[in-house]
Design a protein around this ligand. Structure first.
Ligand SMILES: CC1=C(/C=C/C(C)=C/C=C/C(C)=C/C=O)C(C)(C)CCC1
Ligand SMILES: [Fe+2]
Length: 547
């Protein structure tokens, strides 16, 4: 199977109209906006890791039963510098780059010294964040890039550090009921301390301070959690969020700050400064949003690596949270292009399968409970929390489903009791071949699959006025390994998991990571939407201009 992981993808600057089969629900109007790596070589130089690739944004505009596709590389400073130099000059996760060609030993030494710790990349390739009325491409450094979803143009470069002291931040923010953004970042050795910072970006700016002000200027630190270690804070890719609590896993997958500080001089990558410590525990921090303080109980579990939190909610004095967990960090290893470009079946086997695990944490103080007793009395889960001495509680998860990644839910149920997880099914290979709907209540699943098809993260869009949690549709961009089969946007009925429609587009589509759906109703249609005339000019999926 080959979809050319390491092959550079062509941008599709002009919208093309897809060939739609089936029927797209008339209420489905808006844009699926997605992000992921698209360029893996620049000139003669190549990136080592799939997460290094230059961000390629793509959008599927769904209007009146038609679908229009376009894609554009994020014009990050990284992209521009690389293209200008015709080689990779900015370091990424798995590739360390040296900006100045080192002509002789003296200039080489000088170059090292003047860039001892190079600035992080603004190649925001992972996700899209909505912040007030604005949209940003995100990665895991201190930079985000504002984009115009309509034209996919790259706008301002934002340095989170201007607003909050974080050196890295997640690409998976949460949104509260009012649309405020909540995100987490790590503040590394700032005033002698390393801490995890939870920050809030308001959805709207106060009326009196509105003029030209971005909500980012009103970012506030919500709460911070001290890191257990000054020089080896945990790496994390997401966190859990309910109305009253925030769940943060301080996992034994850690950044080594001393290694990072010397990485450039030693000629090694950022990735080599990350390590899984299988002898350590995973600490579970629960922040009470009302007090803005972490709960004093020391909850912990076995060592694990989590990239994606799925959801969390409260039930009868307990906090339940679901994550996709690995037993090691082999996922990152697999995404080295040298592994992906080999025969996938042979060389790309995860040493641990991603498993949906449910944890349960008691919210009420259990000082008087007997050591060894299980503090979880719920009948809905077999997850346990065993009381130990010294205010410690050992959490043992319930295994819900084996072999899934890129989980999504109906976000209206985020932080609330929920039943369905939509995800990509993966087993020992990191490449998804099926789309999955997992029913937590009945422990049953529905799947979509088709020969030669690799699905992207499935995104749930609710039907207007939806009553049931699964009243809605699933959107997933599918690339195929069959040259005869063009990529397509798949639209499934989320209840039955049957196909409603597919929109095939003869373009060079890339495998992506994450994104969001922007319903037409969510934005100022007059300001953002191009005129019907502009869409009418779109060529059809064969690339021929429309007549
Ligand atoms: C550049 C850079 C980083 C980038 C990490 C990236 C790009 C991670 C991507 C993760 C994904 C896509 C996970 C999917 O589950 C670090 C290590 C944060 C810090 C040092 C500089
Ligand atoms: Fe992610």
């Amino acid at each position: 199977m080959d979809v050319g992981f390491g092959r550079n993808k062509k941008e599709q600057l002009e919208p093309v109209r897809a060939r739609v089969t089936g029927k797209i629900p008339t209420w489905l109007q808006g844009m699926l906006l997605r992000n992921g790596p698209g360029m893996h070589t620049v000139g003669e130089t190549r990136y080592n890791h799939w997460f290094d690739g230059l961000a390629l944004l793509h959008s599927f505009t769904i209007r009146d039963g038609e679908v229009y596709y376009r894609s554009k590389y994020l014009r990050s400073d990284t992209y521009n510098a690389n293209v200008e130099a015709n080689r990779i000059v900015v370091s990424e996760f798995g590739t360390m780059a040296y900006p100045d060609p080192c002509k002789n030993i003296f200039s080489k030494a000088f170059s090292y010294l003047s860039h001892t710790i190079p600035d992080f990349t603004d190649n925001c390739l992972i996700n899209i964040m909505k912040c007030g009325e604005d949209f940003y491409a995100t990665t895991e450094t201190n930079y985000i890039r504002k984009i115009n979803p309509q034209t996919l143009e790259t706008l301002e470069k934002v340095d989170y550090r201007k607003y909050v002291a974080v050196n890295v931040a997640t690409s998976h923010p949460h949104y509260d009921a009012a649309g405020n953004v909540l995100n987490m970042g790590t503040s590394i050795v700032d005033k002698g301390k390393t801490k995890y910072v939870i920050f809030k970006i308001p959805a709207t700016v106060p009326e009196d301070r509105k003029k030209g002000k971005s909500p980012l200027k009103h970012t506030e630190v919500f709460c911070s959690i001290p890191s257990r270690s000054l020089l080896s804070p945990s790496y994390y890719h997401s966190f859990g969020f309910t109305e009253n609590y925030i769940i943060f896993l301080e996992q034994p997958f850690k950044l080594d700050i001393l290694k990072m500080a010397t990485a450039y001089i030693r000629g090694v990558t950022w990735a080599s400064c990350l390590a899984f410590h299988r002898e350590d525990k995973t600490y579970i921090h629960i922040v009470d949003q009302r007090t803005r303080k972490p709960m004093p109980t020391k909850f912990y579990t076995d060592p694990m690596v989590v990239f994606h939190h799925v959801n969390a909610y409260e039930e009868d004095g307990c906090l339940l949270f679901d994550v996709v967990a690995y037993e090691d960090s082999s996922l990152y290893q697999l995404f080295y292009l040298a592994n992906l470009n080999q025969d996938l079946e042979e060389h790309s086997r995860l040493t641990s399968v991603p498993v949906l695990r449910r944890f349960a944490v008691p919210l009420l103080a259990a000082q008087d409970a007997e050591v060894g007793s299980n503090l979880i009395k719920l009948t809905s889960t077999t997850a346990r929390a065993l009381k130990e001495k010294d205010n410690q509680v050992y959490c043992q998860p319930e295994l819900l489903y084996e072999g899934l990644e890129l989980p999504r839910i109906n976000y209206a149920h985020n932080g609330k009791r929920y039943r369905y997880v939509f995800a990509a099914e993966v087993q020992w290979s990191p490449i998804p071949t099926k789309i999955l709907k997992y029913d937590i209540l009945t422990k049953s699943s529905l799947k979509w699959e088709e020969e030669h098809c690799w699905p992207a993260e499935p995104l749930f869009v609710p039907t207007p006025g939806a009553e049931d949690e699964d009243d809605g549709i699933i959107l997933s961009a599918i690339v195929s390994t069959d040259p005869q089969k063009p990529p397509f946007l798949l639209i499934l009925d989320a209840k039955s998991f049957t196909e409603l429609a597919r929109a095939s587009i003869d373009v060079d589509m890339h495998l992506d990571l994450h994104g969001l759906f922007i319903p037409d109703a969510d934005w100022d249609a007059r300001k953002q939407t191009p005129s019907q005339e502009a869409w009418d000019r779109a060529s059809d999926c064969h690339g021929a201009p429309q007549t």
